[in-house]
Design a protein around this ligand. Structure first.
Ligand SMILES: [Fe+2]
Ligand SMILES: [Fe+2]
Length: 291
C-alpha cells in the first residue's frame, strides 16, 4: 500500500482478515522420477498415479463448486478469505500433479488420458447436480482426502523411493489438512446443520465414496494393463494387503462423517502437520497469502 493512501483507506484495508492458511507456489521438477516410485511395486505405483490423475480435474471441479456460491459468503469476511486461499491451494495442486503426469508419459502410461476421463465424468456430474449438490460432493471428497492424507503424512510417504514425488504428496497432504474445513464451513454457513442439511450431506458422501473408489480401482487396472502388469498377481496381492490395512484406519474415520454433529476440525493433526512441514522445509519457505 502506498504511504500516500488516505488514513481511512489504510484503516479499512488493515481491518480485512487474512486467510487462516497460506498459498504456496511450488514448481517441482519430475525429471528423474523412476518408473516404480512406490515401494518399487507396479500396483502400488499405479494406485497412486491413478489417484493423482483425479486431482487436476477434480480440484478444478472443487474450485468451480465453491466459486459458484462464493458471492453468498460476503457477510463472513474470514470464511470468504479462506475460500480464496482454498481456491489458490487447489489450483496449485492441479498444476503440480499435472506436471507429475507429464513425467509419467515417458513410461507409456498416458496418465493425461485419465485426467481427461475424470474431467468428462465431473463435467457431466456438474451439469446434472445443483450448485448445492456440487458443493456437497466437494465437501464429501474433501473429507475423504483429509482422512487419506493423515496416513500419507504418518507412514505411507516412507514407501516412496523418489524425494521429489514424496515432497509433492507431503506438500499436498499438509495443505489438504490446512483447508479441510473450508468447504464444510461454507456448506454450513449457507444451509445450516438441521436435518435438511444433514440428510443430503451424508447421501452425497455415500455417493462420493462409491464414485472415488470405483474410479481409483478402475484407473489402477488401466495403468496396470498399459504397463503389461495386469496379470502380476504378486503385485496385486501387495496392493490388496495395503488396502485392507489402510481401510481398517479409514473406515471408522469415514463413518465419523455420518454423525449429526461432525465437523472436520474434530480431529487435530497439528503435530503431524508441523513434523511434515519441518521435513519439507516449509516452515522457512516464503508463503504467499491468497487474496
Ligand atoms: Fe488438493
Ligand atoms: Fe482439498
Amino acid at each position: 500500500m502506498s504511504n500516500s493512501a488516505p488514513a481511512s483507506v489504510k484503516k479499512a484495508l488493515s481491518a480485512q482478515p487474512n486467510p487462516s492458511f497460506p498459498v504456496r507456489r511450488m514448481d517441482y521438477k519430475f525429471t528423474t522420477t523412476p518408473k516404480y516410485w512406490m515401494d518399487n511395486e507396479p500396483s502400488l505405483t499405479h494406485l497412486f498415479t491413478g489417484m493423482s490423475t483425479l486431482f487436476p480435474e477434480g480440484e478444478a471441479y472443487f474450485v468451480r463448486a465453491v466459486r459458484a456460491l462464493r458471492d453468498q459468503i460476503k457477510d463472513n469476511p474470514q470464511l470468504d478469505k479462506d475460500i480464496g486461499a482454498f481456491i489458490g491451494q487447489e489450483a496449485m495442486h492441479s498444476k503440480e500433479h499435472h506436471a507429475f503426469h507429464q513425467s509419467a508419459e515417458q513410461f507409456g502410461l498416458r496418465p493425461e488420458s485419465l485426467e481427461n476421463a475424470t474431467g468428462l465424468i465431473l463435467k457431466s456430474v456438474e451439469k446434472v447436480f445443483s450448485k448445492k449438490t456440487n458443493l456437497l460432493l466437494t465437501v464429501g471428497l474433501e473429507h475423504y482426502t483429509a482422512v487419506l492424507v493423515v496416513t500419507m503424512m504418518d507412514s505411507v510417504n516412507e514407501l516412496m523411493t523418489d524425494d521429489t514425488v514424496r515432497n509433492l504428496w507431503l506438500w499436498h497432504s499438509v495443505e489438504e489438512t490446512e483447508h479441510k474445513a473450508v468447504a464444510f464451513d461454507m456448506y454450513q454457513h449457507l444451509y445450516g446443520s438441521g436435518l435438511n442439511a444433514y440428510l443430503p450431506r451424508v447421501t452425497i458422501f455415500s455417493f462420493a465414496l462409491l464414485m472415488i473408489t470405483s474410479m481409483m480401482m478402475g484407473y489402477t487396472a488401466v495403468l496396470m494393463k498399459r504397463d503389461k502388469q495386469l496379470l502380476n498377481l504378486k503385485s496385486w496381492k501387495k496392493l490388496g494387503q495395503m488396502m485392507v490395512s489402510s481401510h481398517r484406519i479409514f473406515i471408522p474415520k469415514f463413518m465419523d462423517y455420518y454423525r449429526r454433529d461432525f465437523h472436520p476440525n474434530d480431529s487435530d493433526e497439528t503435530e503431524l502437520v508441523a513434523r511434515t512441514k519441518a521435513k519439507l522445509g516449509l516452515l522457512k519457505s516464503a508463503d504467499v497469502l491468497a487474496c
